[in-house]
Each structure stands twice: as structure tokens, then as C-alpha cells.
Design a protein around this ligand. Sequence first.
Ligand SMILES: *Cc1c(COP(=O)(O)O)cnc(C)c1O
Length: 422
Amino acid sequence: MNKIPFVTKEQLDEITKTYPTPFHLYDEKGIRENVKALKEAFSWNPGYKEYFAVKATPNPFLIQILQEYGCGCDCSSYTELMLSDAIGVRGADIMFSSNDTPAEEFALADRLGAIINLDDITHIDFLEKTIGHIPETISCRYNPGGLFKISNDIMDNPGDSKYGMTTEQIGEAFRILKEKGAKEFGIHAFLASNTVTNEYYPMLAKVLFEQAVRLQKETGVHIKFINLSGGIGIPYTPDQEPNDIRRIGEGVRRVYEQVLVPAGMGDVEIYTELGRYMMGPYGCLVTKAIHEKHTHKEYIGVDACAVNLMRPAMYGAYHHITVMGKEGLPCTHRYDVAGSLCENNDKFAIDRMLPEVEIGDYLVIHDTGAHGFAMGYNYNGKLKSAELLLKEDKSVELIRRAETPADYFATFDCFEIGKKLV
Ligand SMILES: *Cc1c(COP(=O)(O)O)cnc(C)c1O
């Protein structure tokens, strides 16, 4: 299988007349079709709601598209809460799933009426001291520990992760919260990341549903919702089989009917906090080849760098690359595709077979729509790129301008020297 960009070379030739590379480009049509399919897959659950994980793609224009389909926001920081508030996502449309939470963030979440999802049992006291009460609706994050396996495959290692409460703690937390006046309870867990299998959500659902039955029995609380969080992945490599969201929704329904319905809990609402799955495939980083270098290896130097997309440098993550206009040509050349940071891990691809790249060629780096721009930083004083939206009618809208040196120097503006820079 090959990966086909959602934009053509002809379109890029047009777009780059107005917006120079590098930039992140998003596909409105893809985002809309995907969110529709997700809602459909969980339509068997009347209370179903997706809270988009804002950290994946914190752009209000994109989140507003999801908002049209009834999505809320999953936030975990002060500015993510501000962003949600600014687009009118408030109250129970915000899930505040933070950890190691500063007091002022709990305070803002409470002012906005967000559902607060506690990461730790000690946060009960911390929250109460901070906001002066315990909210009527409250959620707790669960971490069963150990390894999370599907058949014999280790999916992830919850026992080694900082998030959530143990089995004993979550029971105790529910008892304390109930005593302090909480009325409606939620359970949340995020046990594996970027799963490319239809089995993850149903397996996770089983773990959480069984906990929910136990907690409801032992503590007598009413469980209003179960939040399956994020973790549904996308196929970054061309050989991976994409997840089938209908099968995933169906798998969760089966477990719901096996575990919750017989326990008299057929009113539980299912929530998700997907990030990657909502946006990942519907964004790409467009960059231009500006140098070729022939030393101990063959290099293509591009005008983007790890500041624009950190995943390859940070995790060695694979991102597929299409050399635009050369889609049909054989991959005869082995390249390292490098950015300009003074940091040898600033490579979008290592030993990647591509058609021969010439200076001026546009390279589309796929699947940057989530955890792409968002993870950007400013090392070497490099500036963050613009974000553009390719609309359904094929027009292009600027949805974030590129940073300028003045943005980079803005935090010196209170000093004499800063005034020369901004
Ligand atoms: C990061 C995160 C998500 C989204 O994860 P994806 O892998 O992008 O789906 C959801 N919930 C929480 C609490 C997170 O930290």
C-alpha cells in the first residue's frame, strides 16, 4: 500500500505563491468524514461523547470543526482551558484530565464548570482546599499496574506510568468523594498509546467496566460515565492496516452488554478523549528541499526542522514522505532527510528510499495532524511555521500565521535590549 497525500503538487504550487514553506496543512474533508464515522460507531450509546485531546492539535479553527459534531475538549493545562473557553466549549463539555496539577489550573477548570478527572487520591484534599468544595460530578483516573497485553503482545506498561490511581486507591477515593457530597462518578484510564489494533478499546473497556461494576457495588456510588480516553492509533507506515472504527465501536458495545447491562448499569455513558485518531492523518508538513549533500551518506536538507515536527527526533518515529510530482517513480535513492538544527537527531528520515530528490522539490511529510505542530519548540531560535486549512471547496485558509523574530523575542520586551529585538 502507498500513502497518498491529500494535496496535489499543482495545489502546492498555488499555495506556496502565498504561503512559503514550511507549513502544516490540514484537510477539512478528512477531519469531517472521520468525526462522522466515529460518532456513528458509538451511536449505540445515547450518552456517547468525544472530548478532543486539545494537546494534540491546539488550534481553535480545527477544534471548532469538531465542535460542530458535538465534540467537547479534553484539557490538561491552563492555556488549553483558555482555548476551550474562547471557542465556547465550557461546562460539562470540558473534561479536565490533568496530572501533577497546579492549584490555579483546578481553579480555572472549576470556574469553567469542567468535569474534573482526578489523577491521584491526594488530589481530593488539594482540590477541596483550592476550590472550597467537591464538585457534584467527578471522575478518577485508574491505573491497574502491570503490563497491558493483547494476546501475548505487550501493548504498553501501565505499571511504569505516572498516571492514575491503584485499584485500592480508586475505591477509597470514591468513598471519600461520596462522603464529601459527590453525586455522579466517572472512571478514566489510558493504558496504551497509538494502538493500531481494533482490540485495544474493547480490552480497555472490559477492564474499566469490571472496575465500574465492582466500585458501584462496593461504594454504592452512581457511575455516570466511563472515559476510554485516547490511544487509538493511526498507521504511520504504509504497510500498517488502519483501525476500523466501526469494529472498535462494536467491540466496546459487546463488552458493555456483557458486563454493564447485566449489572443494571445500562445507563452508563461512554466518553473518549481521542487526539491522534481525530487529526493525525489529516495534517501534513510541507517542506522544500534546499540542499543536497554527499559525504559519508547522502543527505537532503529541507527547510523544515525538528522544531516543526519533533516526533522523529524524539521517538525515532516513522513519518512517511512523498516527493511531490514523483509519486510514480521508483525509490532508487537512499537518503537521510535532515533539518537545519545543530543537533544530529534533526532528521525526518534515516536511510529512506525515495525517488531522486532535486533542490526545489516539495516533500510532504505525512500524518503530522496530531502531536506535530503542537510539540514544536524553538531550539536554535528556529521559528514555528504557519498552519493552513485546505477547505472542502479546495480553497486555503490561514489558521495560524508563522512566528516572526518578534514573537521569539517577545519575552524580552520588558528589558531595554528587548525593545531593540521586538
Ligand atoms: C494525550 C492524551 C490523550 C490523547 O491521546 P491520543 O493518543 O492522541 O489519542 C487523551 N487523554 C489524555 C489524558 C491524554 O494525556
